[in-house]
Write a protein that binds this ligand. Sequence first.
Ligand SMILES: [Zn+2]
Length: 417
Amino acid sequence: MPTLTITNIRRPGSEKSETLTVENGLIKGWNIKPEGEIIDGNGATLVPAFIEPHAHLREPGQEQKEDLASGLAAAAAGGYGTVVSMPNTSPVVDDPAIVRALIEKAGRLGFARLRPAAALTRGQNGEQLAELSLLAGAGAAVFTDDGRTNENARTLRLGLEYAHSLGLVVSVHAEDAGLRAGGVMNEGAVSEALGLPGNPAAAEAARVARDLEICAMTGGRLHIQHLSTARALDLVRGAKARGVNVTCEVCPHHLLLTDEALRSFDAVYKVAPPLRTQADTEYLLAGLVDGSVDCLATDHAPHTRAEKERDLLEAPSGIAYIEIAFPLLWTHFGKGLGLQKLVELLTVDVARVLGWPAPELEVGQAADFTLLDLDTVRPVQPETFKSKAKFNPWTGQELRGWPVLTVVGGAVAFRRA
Ligand SMILES: [Zn+2]
């Protein structure tokens, strides 16, 4: 692997111009004599590459929406060096051979690293556990039935116990399917005004409460995905105070958008769990500040344009925006959170949630890092996206905080033109 030197860079909180040299995939030294290929960092800020704990890359079987190449290139363009992919593909990732094939293929692409999540249950049927030990041996990073809910409490109990014995986390899409029923948006004043079927906050809170009890009983490691309501965050906070081994993530779209957006009847705003109220978004943001929310996740969920142009009742749920997640966060919440905290929520905090070593930009560590231009304002131009889903709610919005270079394993995975 070629030697690479990045000159004229800054570390967060420092005005000092520094140089970083990498060799054989590892960090060779700070401020040593430049060697190999030299890239001028133009004064941009160097941080560990982001880790995405929750993305839908759609391979195998749904490559019309996304595939490993487009999804991992999109991740690299967003400053992400590692992605945990969700297993609700076709077929479901419940077979060690699929896990191995995904890792092997991703390794050849040269974009972000892939750490696939595997299904907790066979075919994500929610009933019989998948072969967790073999899946872990093949490289599965997490177990989850995301895309579906875990209706069978006993199966979740057994899964948490088994995964814990393997040292792995179970992550859950926590919604009570019965309460959610056919809801396509948050249940409240807006859904009533629009005459659309609502999905109540209680569907999330009730399921979070159940899962916290199961987690406490088993001593396993539970991670709650894409938390969307104040009520559910209160429950997580209370469980943590009692010592329950639980973590949770929040997605930028649940901080930036509310159910008011559905007044447009545009299915680009249809996500699961749904966009909630202004009070919820403010509560979740406060949870990020005070540490009761553990990390950020985008839930990058690409669909075809034709699918998302269907009406709100028929369209699938999800927004694909991993390429602009950091610019959105930095532009809207940079002041409130601060650069240090924001970067932690995308790097070391994700690693802690997943049980991985904290990424560090020290000599001898993996050369996975991202260069951020915190100042230049650029519009969101989805037509330039690496993702196959070239549309999102923020088209044309002027953002700052663009990743300009992503290096993964010492090689350039993305460089902004
Ligand atoms: Zn989900």
